[in-house]
Design a protein around this ligand. Structure first.
Ligand code: MG
Length: 171
């Protein structure tokens, strides 16, 4: 049986992953409205990834005999000035998620729950990847500035992303 504090924290993290998914969906709809289908594709894959993270934690909590409690998810922001603002928002979201996973890992450590630590290891590695891919796209967008041709080139590149790839290294 999993410790009560860890159950509470895991439920909070499940909510955070699904909330991140919903925010990425909001960003995808924003890009669809702007006819930037490559950017939208990239965001839709993020949406799917975050849902899979939520499910991974949910199943783990169930496997440990814990009780899943699904909390409400707030509305995502869907209006942005430009692609750079979207990706900066995304980076903040990923950084706060990294912090949450770190806190969860620390709690599992303090409670001597080695199985949870082992499960969270994958998430720690994943966050390094997530932050890097968003940072890479921010760097490209900063170089592109107001250049429409550059933006459309990046849109094409992000449109090539498929499930399992970050897309940033293809950009
Ligand atoms: Mg995640």
């Amino acid at each position: 049986m999993i410790h009560q504090d860890l159950q509470t924290a895991l439920n909070k993290q499940i909510n955070q992953e699904f909330s991140a998914a919903y925010h990425y969906l909001g960003m995808a709809t924003h890009f669809e409205e702007q006819n930037l289908d490559g950017f939208a594709n990239w965001m839709l894959l993020q949406f799917a990834e975050e849902q899979s993270h939520g499910m991974r934690l949910l199943r783990y909590l169930q496997d440990r005999g814990g009780r899943v409690q699904l909390a409400a998810i707030e509305s995502p922001k869907c209006d942005f000035q430009n692609p750079l603002e979207v990706f900066k928002t995304s980076l903040k979201q990923e950084q706060s998620n990294t912090e949450a996973i770190n806190n969860l890992y620390e709690l599992a450590t303090n409670l001597n729950d080695h199985a949870t630590k082992s499960h969270l290891q994958w998430f720690l590695d994943e966050q390094v990847e997530e932050e890097k891919s968003v940072e890479d796209i921010i760097a490209l967008l900063e170089r592109i500035g107001d250049d429409t041709a550059g933006l459309l080139y990046l849109n094409d590149k992000l449109g090539e992303r498929t499930a399992g790839g970050s897309g940033a290294d293809q950009a």
